[in-house]
Write a protein that binds this ligand. Structure first.
Ligand SMILES: *Cc1c(COP(=O)(O)O)cnc(C)c1O
Length: 346
């Protein structure tokens, strides 16, 4: 029986027999083979989606949170806090509820997807909306947790990265080898850091390292432009970050792996978001689709036979507003069989 990623990958993680394992059986997410994209791109590619939306709270954040909350409880902490564009707060509040401790989440004003807010509220977090953006919220959280007995559970907490690196282990375990390329969205840059760490630690098994290719939203691309973005903008709220906490580590992952970090526009992101749902049957959130928009944009670098894994970081149900905006509206019909048949086009 699957008992969560700490149980499975214990020997690669900083836990001991004394660590209370707080788990919701996260991890073990499917690697779904793409049927549409290779033909769309006109190449014989093996493209896989690591569908992290199927974690317990609907995003990859659960991988890091099972570690961060377990270690916080081991330390005797009674409360945790995070700044969040949404998914970190959803995950932190769920794992805190599971552990029986308090959670405080600081969200940027007005820019959080509805599903994520509902989650944090349901799990009993104290939700605080800051008049400021994510980067400002993170600064505040650091100031609070440095001075009060509250554990910080943003990805600058090193245990978050430890948990998140297990996604690489699962990919290698599933494929038997590391892919040629690993594509993912980049926001605060913890995940690209974690994947690269994971692939390196699993080298004894994979004997190979992928090129890490990261994609930022064009309006929130500090790493790509090599400068802090004061007012980051993008429809993909999960990557609406102007000053990533793991900036240096992301650049190291890019350079050590021989990969790159590029940008994709909101239009490219939303087109990939829709394409994935319509042509592959996989519903992810807009930020996740940056990994797909990216490989579409950079298709010329891939050659026949290459294997590409794209992380789909969160579930589409998180952000119903953008999904509805991007789709055609329901068709209204009278309570009449002939009208219905007409609408169906028979
Ligand atoms: C957190 C998050 C990201 C960004 O991950 P980073 O580790 O901050 O780069 C991307 N997509 C989704 C859905 C997220 O929740």
């Amino acid at each position: 029986m699957w008992q969560g990623l700490i149980n499975k990958y214990r020997k690669y993680l900083p836990v001991t027999d004394k660590t209370p394992i707080i788990t919701l059986c996260e991890g073990n997410t499917p690697l779904i083979k793409s049927v549409f994209l290779p033909q769309y791109l006109g190449k014989k590619l093996n493209i896989y989606f690591k569908y992290e939306g199927l974690n317990p709270t609907g995003s990859f954040k659960d991988r890091g949170m099972t570690m961060a909350i377990s270690k916080a409880v081991e330390k005797g902490m009674k409360a945790v806090m995070c700044a969040s564009t949404g998914n970190t707060s959803a995950s932190a509040s769920a794992y805190a509820a599971r552990a029986g401790i308090a959670s405080f989440v600081l969200i940027p004003e007005g820019k959080i997807a509805l599903g994520k807010l509902a989650q944090a509220m349901m799990h009993g977090a104290t939700v605080i909306e800051l008049e400021g953006n994510f980067d400002e919220a993170l600064k505040m959280v650091c100031a609070v947790t440095e001075n009060y007995p509250i554990e910080l559970v943003n990805s600058i907490n090193p245990f978050r990265i430890e948990g998140q690196k297990t996604a690489s282990f699962e990919i290698v375990d599933a494929l038997g080898v590391a892919p040629d390329y690993h594509s993912l969205p980049v926001g605060n840059a913890g995940n690209i850091t974690a994947y690269w760490k994971g692939y390196n630690e699993y080298f004894e098994i994979s004997k190979k390292l992928p090129k890490m290719i990261g994609f930022q939203a064009a309006g929130s691309a500090p790493i790509y432009f090599d400068k802090v973005i004061e007012k980051p903008e993008t429809v993909a709220t999960a990557i609406r970050i102007g000053n990533p906490a793991s900036w240096k580590q992301a650049v190291a992952a890019r350079d050590e792996s021989g990969g790159f970090i590029d940008i994709v526009t909101d239009e490219e992101i939303l087109d990939a978001f829709k394409l994935l749902a319509e042509k592959e049957g996989v519903f992810c959130e807009p930020a996740s689709a940056a990994s797909i928009a990216g490989i579409i944009k950079r298709k010329d670098i891939f050659k026949d036979g290459d294997t590409i894994v794209c992380t789909l970081t969160g579930h589409g149900l998180k952000d119903p507003d953008n999904a509805i905006l991007k789709s055609s509206k329901p068709i209204k019909v009278k309570n009449s069989l002939s009208d219905l048949i007409k609408v169906i086009g028979l």
